[in-house]
Design a protein. Structure first.
Length: 185
């Protein structure tokens, strides 16, 4: 059975507080939020609304999970973004292995932004394959596969407002079947 580990209200409060902090840090500057598709879309929209000044939004697709519950280890990037001379904040749903954020950060750094920082809604408490500095890590979670708040399993569960952890060591097909049974989505 999937277990709720973070509620929507707790996540919303963390996003509002982060938006206020980011607004103060970038006051008077032209901030570009780069959201990583697909998972960060919900967090990106909420964070952008919580920042008390105009921001620009761009999207970049980064894939590493496919249909499983473990990262494949390979990170594919799709999308072109002009960041030269800009203040850029990468917006990601979860910092876990570090592979995706390292690949995206290195790619964008090579395009010569004025500044480059990272915000992640969730920081998984796990040994990382790649370490990166996440300036705005909002909420820590245990080492579990999670859905909800933008995160999914094979495209399902992304729309759940709360964050749910899969039963440990459950094969992807069994976890998906239990997700469908428990939530009917």
């Amino acid at each position: 059975m999937w277990v709720k580990i973070k509620g929507a209200a707790e996540m919303a409060a963390a996003v509002r507080a982060a938006g206020e902090r980011i607004g103060r840090e970038y006051a008077g500057r032209d901030l570009l939020l780069v959201g990583l598709l697909d998972g960060a879309v919900f967090f990106l929209a909420d964070l952008a609304r919580a920042i008390p000044q105009p921001v620009e939004i761009a999207l970049l697709r980064a894939r590493s999970y496919g249909g499983g519950t473990r990262s494949s280890g390979a990170v594919e990037l799709d999308g072109e973004i002009e960041v030269a001379g800009r203040d850029v904040l990468i917006v990601e749903d979860i910092y876990d292995s570090g592979r995706t954020l390292r690949r995206v950060r290195d790619h964008l750094a090579g395009l010569r932004p004025r500044s480059l920082e990272i915000a992640a809604l969730l920081v998984k408490d796990v040994a990382r394959v790649e370490e990166v500095e996440v300036r705005h890590g909002l909420l820590h979670i245990p080492d579990a596969f999670v859905v909800g708040a933008g995160l999914d399993l094979a495209g399902r569960g992304r729309n759940l407002p709360d964050l749910w952890a899969a039963p440990s060591d459950t094969p992807p097909q069994a976890a998906l079947a239990e997700l469908e049974r428990q939530f009917g989505r």
